[in-house]
Design a protein around this ligand. Sequence first.
Ligand SMILES: Cc1cc2nc3c(=O)[nH]c(=O)nc-3n(C[C@H](O)[C@H](O)[C@H](O)COP(=O)(O)OP(=O)(O)OC[C@H]3O[C@@H](n4cnc5c(N)ncnc54)[C@H](O)[C@@H]3O)c2cc1C
Length: 478
Amino acid sequence: MGDIEADVVIIGCGPAGIFTALELTQKSDLRIVMVDKGPDIEKRICFTRMGRECAGCSPCAMLCGWGGAGAFSDGKLTLSADVGGWLENYVGREELLRLIDYIDKVYLAFGAPTTVFGTNTDVIEELQRRAQLAGLKLIPVKIRHLGTEKCADVIKAMRDYLSSRVRILTERQATRVLVDGSVVTGVELAGGIKVRAKYVVLAPGRSGAEWLKKITKELNLKAYNNPVDIGVRVEVPAPVMEPLTRYLYEPKLIYYSKCFDDQVRTFCFNPYGEVITEFYEDVMTVNGHSFLNKKTKNTNFAILVSTSFTEPFKEPIAYGKYIARLANLLSGGIIVQRLGDLEEGRRSTPERIKRNIVEPTLKSATPGDLSFVLPYRYLANILEMLQAMDKLTPGVYSRHTLLYGVEVKFYSSRLELTKELETKVSNLYAIGDGAGITRGLIQASASGVVVARSILQREGFSLELTSENLPKNVPSNL
Ligand SMILES: Cc1cc2nc3c(=O)[nH]c(=O)nc-3n(C[C@H](O)[C@H](O)[C@H](O)COP(=O)(O)OP(=O)(O)OC[C@H]3O[C@@H](n4cnc5c(N)ncnc54)[C@H](O)[C@@H]3O)c2cc1C
């Protein structure tokens, strides 16, 4: 393959990159090239999705390829400006709310289910009151749940729509960003192929964060550290969480611990779902997902403690990896422990897990002792939060509750960007989770639209969506 000429080249085919392309193709005839180091969606085979042991693919089949980390995500579209990233700091709250509404309509147009959780305000107000009595803050968020299998279908429909309008290069890694003075001129791919373009959009996700860090250094761009979130994944019988999940699907609970005054929060609820493993480069961490149609007997969610390190320590990702690696070292991967065993200061054994009332959905987890892995501060915060939650949803603080460790959420360093998400190199944009400005499907997608609109404006195209440029092969209910 020889060098390629384009108007816009997008690195990363996750939600951020896809929504950049969708917006550009609907409103212009610009020549667009999309590049991803992973394979096309049909070729992405991830064993953990099938309940089998992680094969350690490189690049990770769960995170890389068409759809990025979004393709096999749980597909919870969080329709709130309060969670999922920091885009509000760039575009303002009003504009973010407008973008969320717009993004949601695009997902609907490509086949997302119509049901939205979190709309019954009377029940939610009562739950908020009860949460307050338990010392918790309940942030109500509306959620449209695609489920893992539907999410992949929607992302594939977007690929089918874009494939005739955009040149898509999968299994091609971007290596360098080409710059002339202070203006971007394109990118170089592995093998030395150059894609020359007036605009370059970097959307490499968390799996491309290290690469972006390298580019940041090469181009002398400024970046700020984000916090690192460390904790455990909790698994309980699904009926225990029903009073919350029936109405909210993703109850966002916040607690300030008595012992350290740290903020502790719940994250990523998966009602009737499965606990799964995830790789962050060479370390294995735990996560969860749920299907729209396949149900287990359990609900899982994460309890995370956020830490923002101050001077002189500047390596939050290295710290999180260190703790995850310790769990990997002791167990060969993920540790599972009964809450009762943790309280009594003993490890869980295969026999104790076998006779436990809650049956683990992650079969490959090794029974062990999380107190050898998590610093006291994290453990104390997590136990306090579970005790508070038990007042709201009795049964959470049971000796049969399973704790999997460790769950770590690494957020990429936040690049210094303008309101249009442009770096100090002209026409070089950075968006999505990789740029450290988002941490969820909706805001990652929205960041793509922000950049596309900036490019459209610079190129003199109208931002109005007219009936002529609506997607033709999808239901046009935008
Ligand atoms: C298991 C799991 C469940 C999740 N569930 C939810 C959920 O329910 N709701 C929610 O809102 N969010 C969820 N998320 C988070 C969500 O998936 C991400 O926030 C979102 O996908 C980020 O989009 P992105 O486009 O910024 O990056 P990504 O989706 O990570 O895509 C980045 C792409 O860039 C490619 N890339 C990286 N570097 C290069 C390079 N050098 N050259 C070429 N290509 C490169 C990667 O291969 C990847 O395909 C989940 C994530 C995971 C892992």
